[in-house]
Design a protein around this ligand. Sequence first.
Ligand SMILES: *Cc1c(COP(=O)(O)O)cnc(C)c1O
Length: 387
Amino acid sequence: MKKDTKIVHAGRDKKWTGQAVNPPVYHASTILFDTVKDLKFALKNFKNKIMFYGRRGTPTHFAFRDAMTELEGGHDCLVYPSGIAAVSAALLSFLRSGDHLLMVDTCYGPTRAFCNKMLKKMGIETTYYDPMIGDGIKDLIKDNTKVIFTESPGSITMEIQDIPAISKVAKKNDIILMIDNTYGNLVNFNPYDHGVDLSIQAATKYIVGHSDAMLGTITCTEKLWPQLQDYSYYMGQTAAPDDINLAMRGIRTIKTRIKQHENSALKVAKWLETRDEVDLILHPAFKDCPGHEIWKRDFNGSNGLFSFTLKQGSEKEISTFLDTLNLFKMGFSWGGFESLAMSFYDLKAERDLPLWDDYGPLIRLHIGLEDADDLIADLEKAFDAIK
Ligand SMILES: *Cc1c(COP(=O)(O)O)cnc(C)c1O
């Protein structure tokens, strides 16, 4: 079946939905057992999708987990209260004191903070590697390397990683390959076709899609599943049924939304490319973007998120530019229906590798579902304000 069809039907098993189209929002802590026989059955089967105790999930959770597994791949899926909770659970489930982690230098900022503060304190060493390293990652592997963590495109600067090349090295050395696949959502990148063992989604972004809930997910291979499930449970990880319901609703329109985000972002980026003030278009579909050729080979398309750099611009000019924008709002996150603009990333301080010494000021945009011409007019007004 094609993706559009799967997106409509995923997770809608009658055992979760009953007679309705959608599963109910099922709130529960205590689950009641009618007989000792029922209790004993539950005690034997609590790791499967049955009602046992609220923290293990209800049919709302089970339907969403099924839908995510069907659409992203892997053996099964777990839910977490945020994307970063999913990142930390993935790392804590598979690393122990004395282990070594290879983390991409262009990872999401809070992922880096987790490695530098939490993992370090636990005696887990992190080496940051160049997102363009490809199979050169073999030279960074130590005897105690347990996990290689990827995120493609890179946070803010949008480098595309050669996941298949890294996967080959990981498999040969029996190392777990993880990806933060949030950009890839459920449409743009199929992680299990490219050799990853575990995939994380900040469902907060395109899966929820409406800027009104926080949620994280992890899918993984059958081999990793028992350990991920047990360790996530030890850490008390779960998520609220209302938020899962919003994510489930988001899934049904994700491909339609992504297509619109993609088309509008391409239109805006092409317009930016014609502006004298603009230097680089850091959008995977543009040749300025490091790894553009890999994106063409491995991805199914792009979405609303990209960055661009200006040839020059003082802090005051960038402030004027952002303050002049009206349709583009300023705020963290992305993946909702609304357009966002952000700048003032301290890339030199945030990264180990000196990738960003030579470039002008960077502005990141998320192109929402507004009309692209209106967004272009908004940007034009902002450029006029700093002329
Ligand atoms: C936003 C984001 C996260 C964190 O998700 P939250 O739900 O905000 O915790 C992780 N990784 C990437 C790539 C993100 O964009």
